[in-house]
Design a protein around this ligand. Structure first.
Ligand SMILES: [Zn+2]
Length: 319
């Protein structure tokens, strides 16, 4: 039976707190991978993005914020940990059972519970917190970023002080980076997140070490900005961000088998292999590309007119 993820996260969190353990970081890309993705994204922003967001101080802050939501997983703040842990992943095999997924978090939860009502035998695995909210938190933080950028434009046009909103934008961009980075780690998109479960014709490992060995220890020991940067692509415009982000997650998910294959070939031990290094660098680069493209898209779309309030509220059952 699959180890329940919250139990896994708790045990990983406990391991992270053990001072004697030589593991540099835990959770999705570890601290190093998250900092690297945020750093590479913000240092590759085009000149069309306001200069304050490309300043050395902003680069430092956004880099620091890469692992920020993992800092919220400490047992010192158990309520915060419990609330936001499912934001870091989505089990796409399970989410597909209710496709197409609604864009709003609470509609997604409602659809899952409606599914559970019709399929009570799947009640445990179809719990929203078990499947995860990865694309939802990404969309929500991206919209916060776009909202702050719109306010920046308005304050600047009015000749007012923009320093406070600049700080908000830098925070949102860094926070967003965490989830976008999680979305480039194949093991954050699958029920096979830490050791293979179910039918196993390829004899993939069932070890519960594969997750942290790949994303934390191997990245810490082997990856550099320079190695990852060579796989980054030019800026690509984003149309509908929800649709585009799902395409990104699907690309990531298609690499789940590759992680297990490389593990079987000892690709994440020591210096790894040429294949495992390229694979890992490409995954990190995909995260940096996506974050940079989403920041650019937020800036472009922050200039779009806002729908009238009455239209917005007419559609919703607001209190
Ligand atoms: Zn995470």
């Amino acid at each position: 039976m699959t180890l329940h993820r919250s139990a896994l996260l708790r045990s990983l969190a406990a391991l992270c707190l053990m001072p004697m353990l030589a593991v540099p970081a835990c959770f999705a890309w570890g601290k190093d991978g998250h900092k690297m993705i945020n750093h590479l994204a913000v240092t590759s922003l085009p000149a069309s993005i306001p200069a304050f967001l490309r300043s050395p101080a902003a680069v430092d802050e956004i880099t620091y914020l890469g692992p920020e939501p993992d800092r919220w997983r400490s047992p010192a703040e158990p309520e915060l940990d419990a609330m936001q842990a499912p934001d870091h992943y989505i089990d796409m095999e399970l989410a597909d059972r209710i496709a197409p997924l609604p864009r709003e978090r609470y509609q997604y939860i409602a659809k899952l519970y409606a599914y559970i009502e019709a399929h009570p035998d799947q009640a445990r695995e179809m719990q929203p917190t078990h499947i995860g909210f990865q694309p939802y938190i990404t969309e929500e933080v991206w919209e916060r970023l776009k909202s702050a950028m719109r306010d920046y434009r308005q304050l600047k046009a009015a000749g007012k002080d923009t320093m406070p909103v600049q700080q908000a934008i830098i925070f949102y961009a860094g926070w967003l980076g965490h989830y976008v980075a999680d979305g480039s780690q194949p093991l954050h998109t699958t029920i096979e997140y830490n050791g293979w479960v179910g039918p196993n014709p390829n004899h993939y490992t069932t070890s519960h070490h594969i997750h942290s060995q790949f994303e934390s220890e191997f990245v810490h020991d082997n990856m550099t900005d320079a190695e990852v940067r060579q796989y980054m692509k030019p800026v690509e415009p984003i149309g509908d961000e929800w649709t585009q982000y799902w395409a990104y997650l699907n690309t990531t998910h298609a690499d789940v088998d590759e992680v297990y294959q490389l593990w079987n070939e000892h690709g994440f031990e020591g210096k790894g292999t040429a294949e495992s290094r390229k694979f890992t660098a490409e995954r990190l680069a995909a995260g940096a590309d996506e974050l940079r493209n989403l920041i650019v898209a937020a800036w472009v779309k922050s200039a779009e007119p806002v729908p009238e309030w009455h239209d917005h509220y007419d559609k919703k059952d607001k209190k």
